[in-house]
Ligand binder design. Sequence first.
Ligand code: HEM
Ligand code: HEM
Length: 216
Amino acid sequence: MGMIKRYGMIVILEHWLVAISGIGLIFTGLGCLPLFKRYYISEIYGLKWTEDFHIVTQLHYIFAVFFMYTVLFHVFFHLIRREFGLLPKKGDLGRAVKMIFASFGIGKEPKADKWLPEQRWAYVLFGIVIFFVSSTGMLKVLKNLEWVLFHPETESFLNLLHTISGGIFILFFVVHVLFVLVVKANWPLLKAIFTGKVKEEYAKRRHPIWYEREKS
Ligand code: HEM
Ligand code: HEM
């Protein structure tokens, strides 16, 4: 059995641009707090610059440009092409629970489409938190312009919302990466997010609904 195409170049690029700029935003966001001097991380060889508030804020802005561009591109690209396969379907919550139990050897995995039910849920949750972190981030950029003034209470509310949504983003990122790296059944997907292909045998076994559609 051969390989089957899962993603084209554009989707792979989208994922890695969001991932790299997202990781950059996490790192520089923690630098803006500022955490690196307080916890002696800036003492590590080569990391002295992380205690410079000006540098980490500028880097946070640069990563934000790439991040926002890719997120907006993703939304419009798939909307225009009417590709909605990552949005949850009826009954996904129950199927996601079964899927997670099955990955620990309890019960059998329900038949899946191109994406597993828990992946579709992860997508929506990521979407919601990205909406909050990005919109509060953009308002914070506005506030940093010298001719834009916010009420002090609005400003501290924005800061709080950005820090909380940033924290949830970090949590989702950790769970996402653990889910991919620790659950052995997901390793073929890790290969696919780099090469765009999966083995036919894997697709037939784990994503039978998608496999049948591709073959018909
Ligand atoms: C901030 C960083 C990242 C974000 C926002 C992100 C977001 C996403 C989203 C929204 C999906 C769609 C499916 C799903 O919800 O699971 C996805 C898929 C995936 N991601 Fe990430 N990701 C990030 C970093 C990473 C990293 C570092 C890895 C590798 C360790 C990774 C590996 C994967 C894999 C293997 C898939 C599944 C592809 C498939 O179903 O074929 N991601 N990611
Ligand atoms: C997606 C992941 C992101 C994370 C984890 C994150 C995290 C943080 C954290 C922890 C801070 C410091 C605390 C605070 O001032 O509230 C911060 C500051 C900031 N963030 Fe983000 N952020 C993210 C995305 C963004 C985006 C997309 C934008 C812009 C569109 C943005 C704009 C800003 C600005 C302007 C500041 C204040 C810098 C200053 O101190 O003047 N952030 N971010």
